[in-house]
Design a protein around this ligand. Structure first.
Ligand code: 5RP
Length: 276
C-alpha cells in the first residue's frame, strides 16, 4: 500500500485498530433533519470525542473550522431527496480533485444493492475507487437501504458489504443486524456500523455496538443515536469507551449515567447564574 493511502487510513483508524466516525451528512437527502438544523452547533461539543467526521463539502465549508477539526470523510454521492422518486438514483456529486483540495482523509459513497439503480450505484463506486486509488484516497462504501429499513438483515447486508469490498472499497459502512458475524466474516475489508434512526433507549445502542464490536466490526459511523439524543456528549463518551476501551454494556451505561448527571448539574448551575 502506498504511503498516502496508509497515512490516511491511519488518521481514520486509531492504533488500537478501532474507530468512531461521526456522520453528519444526513442533510444531503433529508434536508435540515432534527438536531442537525445548525450542523456547526451540533458538532462543536462532540468533535473532540470522534475520530473523524463524515460530511458533505457544503457543510464542511460552511460549518467546520479548518483550523480545528478531525480527519474528514467527504460524502461524495447524492443527487436525490426524501421527497423525490427514488433515493437509489444517486450520482457522484463531488470530484476527487475537490476532495484533495479539501484535504479529505477519505471519500464516502452509497451503494443500493437490489434497487432499480443497483448497477449505476455499483459502477459509481468502482469509478470512485479508480480515482481514489490514483491519489491514495480511501473510499468508504455505504450499504444504503433508502426507505426500506426492513432490508437490514444479515443475508442482505453481507451481500452488499461483500460486493462493496470486491469493487475496491477500503472500508465498508453497514448496519448492525442479528448474526452480524455473517456480515463481518464475509467482508474482506474493515466494517463499521451505522446506527439508523434513533432508537428508544441508550442501552439498545450500547448493546448493538458492543455486540458488533465483539463480532468483528472495527467501530462505528453512528450519527442520529448520538446527536439526536438529549445527552449527546454522554452518549459519545459511553460509545467511545466500548470502542476504544473495551467497556462492557454496563460500564458504558455507567459512564453515560455519570456524564448525564454532570451535564444536568452544569446546566442547572449556569441557569442559576442568569440574571433575570
Ligand atoms: C446517511 C448516512 C449516515 O452516514 C449513516 O446512516 C450513519 O448515520 P446514522 O447512525 O444516523 O444512521 O449514510 O446518509
Amino acid at each position: 500500500m502506498e504511503w498516502g493511502m496508509k497515512n490516511r487510513l491511519a488518521q481514520l483508524i486509531k492504533s488500537d485498530g478501532h474507530c468512531l466516525f461521526l456522520p453528519i451528512d444526513h442533510g444531503y437527502f433529508q434536508g435540515p433533519t432534527r438536531k442537525l438544523e445548525k450542523p456547526g452547533e451540533t458538532i462543536r461539543p462532540l468533535l473532540r470525542y470522534c475520530d473523524a467526521l463524515f460530511v458533505t463539502r457544503g457543510v464542511l465549508r460552511a460549518s467546520i473550522d479548518p483550523e480545528n477539526t478531525k480527519p474528514i470523510i467527504l460524502r461524495v454521492s447524492g443527487g436525490t431527496s426524501m421527497v423525490g422518486k427514488d433515493l437509489s438514483d444517486e450520482g457522484i456529486t463531488t470530484s476527487m480533485e475537490e476532495a484533495i483540495r479539501l484535504n479529505a482523509a477519505a471519500v464516502g459513497i452509497s451503494i443500493f444493492v437490489g434497487s432499480d439503480h443497483e448497477k449505476e450505484s455499483l459502477l459509481n463506486l468502482s469509478k470512485l475507487v479508480d480515482e481514489g486509488e490514483k491519489y491514495g484516497i480511501p473510499v468508504m462504501a455505504v450499504t444504503a437501504v433508502g426507505k426500506e429499513l426492513e432490508k437490514r438483515d444479515a443475508r442482505y447486508l453481507s451481500l452488499s458489504s461483500r460486493i462493496a469490498a470486491e469493487l475496491g472499497a477500503r472500508i465498508v459502512k453497514t448496519y448492525w443486524c442479528e448474526n452480524f458475524d455473517k456480515v463481518v466474516n464475509g467482508c474482506p475489508v474493515p466494517v463499521v456500523m451505522a446506527g439508523g434512526p434513533k432508537v428508544d433507549t441508550e442501552i439498545e445502542v450500547f448493546e448493538f455496538v458492543h455486540d458488533g464490536m465483539e463480532k468483528g466490526a472495527i467501530g462505528v459511523n453512528l450519527g442520529r443515536n448520538i446527536w439526536q439524543h438529549d445527552f449527546p456528549v454522554p452518549m459519545i463518551k459511553a460509545l467511545r469507551a466500548i470502542i476504544h476501551d473495551q467497556a462492557s454494556v454496563k460500564e458504558a451505561n455507567d459512564i453515560f449515567e455519570q456524564e448525564k448527571v454532570k451535564k444536568s448539574h452544569t446546566a442547572k448551575q449556569s441557569s442559576s447564574h442568569v440574571i433575570t
